[in-house]
Design a binder for this molecule. Sequence first.
Ligand code: PMP
Ligand code: GLN
Length: 388
Amino acid sequence: MKIANSLMSGLGTTVFEVMSALARQHQSVNLGQGFPDDKGPEAVRRAAADYLMDGHNQYPPMMGLPELRQAVAAHAKRFQGLEVDWQSEVLVTSGATEALGDCLFGLIEPGDEVVLIEPLYDSYLPIVRRAGGIPKLVRLEPPTWSLPREALAAAFSDRTKLILFNTPMNPCSKVFDREELEFIAALCRKHDAYAVCDEVYEHIIFDDRRHLSIMALPGMRERTARIGSAGKSFSVTGWKVGYVTAPVEMMKAIAKTHQFMTFTTPPNLQWGAAAGLRLDDGYYSGLAGDMQRKRDRLAGALAAIGFDVLPAHGTYFVTTDFRPLGFNGTDEDFCRYITVEAGVTAVPVSAFYDQPEAAPRHFARFCFCKHDETLDTAIARLSAHFKA
Ligand code: PMP
Ligand code: GLN
């Protein structure tokens, strides 16, 4: 038999699946893969349920239900001051994951250079490479994860097609500030590059920070695709409803990819997501406030147990250095060890690097988007284990 695509067949199973399977096997508290254990807002689930029973359960329009595209455009205006034409500039996808794939396959020409920032979400590199892109990686360094401006400028050239980055940023919980975004924007303008910005955690942001989309900066409206996820904004990660906002010319190529990847996304879930995007500001500030309290609950307890806990400005996650606990193995060893021995699961941060062997190997990422009881059980188990 001829071999399958070598790049794809050479990939391992994603760390989230591996660690969740291990968590199930050992009945540990799963603070690895990022998903809330809350049900999400009743109004959002009710809208989807009603549509499922009474609505039109056939192919919706390829670009997405008009009601959802209108809601995405209104939400962009409300939170970012962006004027978006819902008919030509918004696309609904099956999760942010598909949105990322649509943007990368739609924009990259084989041989194009693509700037990426490590640590990075695990779907980025395989898709960039499969699209024929040549990754140019720039690394953020803990504990501040601040933007290394010289290295970033050096990674750009006139061969750069686009930069792909994520803010608020998984796994290191960094939020890019205005100056950093302006620096990136200036490089995009200088080298005539696109920005693809993964903003799935736009509403999970703490300590009075406000999410700023690079699309809202001068000269970026016409060269940015920004990606959101109903899964994250409404605590329904299994829904896989995402949305891309991009200027018409970019959108044409992105939508052409979507039409042959999934073509459409379940209409009842789109209807539910539209109800979510129309929720009032109080919902969004409540979500951020709840997550911030959960961050404080888990981060404080992990610090008391002896972890060195890094700051977390957004996302579902907190990064911890486990060396102060006296553990000498790698981050993978540590995450397996606490799953089996303490009954709590985390994910190794080295999985978010192109070459895990050459990445920092002493960080574990814990997810805090859980009910207080779930967090408290995890905390009690870790305390009992490490104090013993
Ligand atoms: N980007 C980042 C940074 C993520 O953490 C996730 C997590 N799920 C995704 C994209 C994918 O989102 P979705 O579930 O909507 O596909
Ligand atoms: N985004 C989630 C995380 O980082 C998981 C997504 C997935 O399982 N693919 O944990």
